[in-house]
Design a binder for this molecule. Structure first.
Ligand SMILES: Nc1ncnc2c1ncn2[C@@H]1O[C@H](COP(=O)(O)OP(=O)(O)OP(=O)(O)O)[C@@H](O)[C@H]1O
Ligand SMILES: [Mg+2]
Length: 332
């Protein structure tokens, strides 16, 4: 395992700058997740670490080496793609062994390594099949096995689960977390799924239009977002943004309150229910305040809510966020 450091990274395609001013220190053994909207530069940044894309400016370090000009094969990284990128004409065994054969490993050593990772990922019964004879989830595990067997210092994942159905996605997510614990490897993982990001990451990197908006552990980003962008990006339904006077604020340009921090109270801000989403363990109520502002809240308590019902709402004062006119969160 190795640390990864990015210094002053910029990337231009022609005259379009898609990554700018990225500095990032990833510790050895850390699980770091890049998240951000489509087109925010997640894959481009990952591909520059892999060596599949050359930065226009800046340097990439893996461990103590400057690998900015090194080819992918000499960086000690393995990448797992969304598309799996398996060789269709080869068996699962040969797909997994491919990298080791290139490295001219011995036959017995290859067989031993393939068996070991196939057992770890529970695909030992599939070794003689071709990728076309596997389900999406099985293919994904073969792609992960192929990455592991090369014993890289750094694993790079680009949306590896996005072709899987919801149940398999959750299961494979847990397997990847487990794998990280077992291998203690440095992992950099790209996803646009915030639940996946929050559940996997030691630290999340939020990208916005090619620059880093904020870096930190999931709980810190969720509870102490530096900007309105981060506050809005994490959490579903999204944080409510409202005029400051609704929370008695005179300095903020806007306040933010998460749906779980809005309560139905005996006396508070009058509101009317417009929509109800029943989610099982909780429900989301979309209401409109007298001021005309929409507010979403999470509710477990109302006996039989209905559209058109009048409520009175209260914000958990401690959990109101204040944002200035530039969208920066204000202290206190
Ligand atoms: N080879 C290329 N030539 C020109 N523009 C490119 C190229 N590759 C990426 N881009 C542009 O760079 C920006 C970032 O793309 P990137 O693929 O890194 O985004 P992403 O965050 O991975 O998005 P997604 O979630 O959709 O995968 C986009 O605007 C994209 O159109
Ligand atoms: Mg991408």
């Amino acid at each position: 395992m190795s640390s990864v450091r990015l210094e002053g990274i910029a990337k231009r395609f022609g005259s379009t700058e898609v990554i700018r001013g990225v500095d990032l220190d990833i510790k050895s053994g850390e699980f770091v997740v890049f998240v951000g909207a489509s087109g925010s530069g997640k894959s481009t940044l990952l591909r520059m670490i892999a060596g599949l894309e050359q930065p226009s400016e800046g340097q990439v370090f893996i461990g103590d080496s400057d690998v900015t000009d090194a080819p992918p094969s000499q960086r000690g990284v393995s990448m797992v793609f969304q598309s799996y990128a398996l060789y269709p004409h080869m068996t699962v065994r040969d797909n997994i062994a491919f990298g080791l054969k290139l490295k001219k490993a011995g036959k017995a050593a290859i067989e031993e390594a393939v068996t070991r990772v196939a057992t770890m990922l529970e695909i030992e019964g599939l070794l003689d099949r071709k990728p076309g004879q596997l389900s999406g989830g099985q293919r994904q595990r073969v792609a992960i096995a192929r990455a592991i067997v090369r014993e890289p210092d750094v694993f790079l994942f680009d949306e590896p689960l996005s072709n899987l159905d919801a149940a398999l996605r959750t299961r494979t997510r847990i397997e990847i977390k487990d794998l990280h614990r077992k291998l203690q490897a440095t992992m950099i993982y790209v996803t646009h799924d915030q639940i996946e990001a929050m559940s996997l990451a030691d630290r999340m990197v939020i990208l916005n239009g090619g620059h880093i908006e904020q870096v930190g552990p999931p709980a810190v980003l969720y509870h102490e977002p530096a900007t309105k962008y981060v506050a809005a990006f994490l959490g579903s339904p999204s944080m409510n943004f409202l005029p400051p006077e609704l929370a008695g604020s005179t300095e903020a340009a806007e306040i933010g309150i998460r749906p779980e921090d809005v309560r139905v109270a005996a006396s508070g801000l009058p509101a009317t229910i417009e929509e109800i989403e029943e989610l099982g363990e909780t429900r989301v109520i979309h209401a409109r305040l007298e001021s005309g502002d929409p507010v979403a809240l999470r509710d477990r308590d109302l006996a039989d809510p209905h559209i058109g019902q009048n409520l009175s709402l209260e914000f958990d004062r401690e959990r109101v966020h204040h944002f200035d006119a530039d969208g920066k969160r204000m202290p206190g």
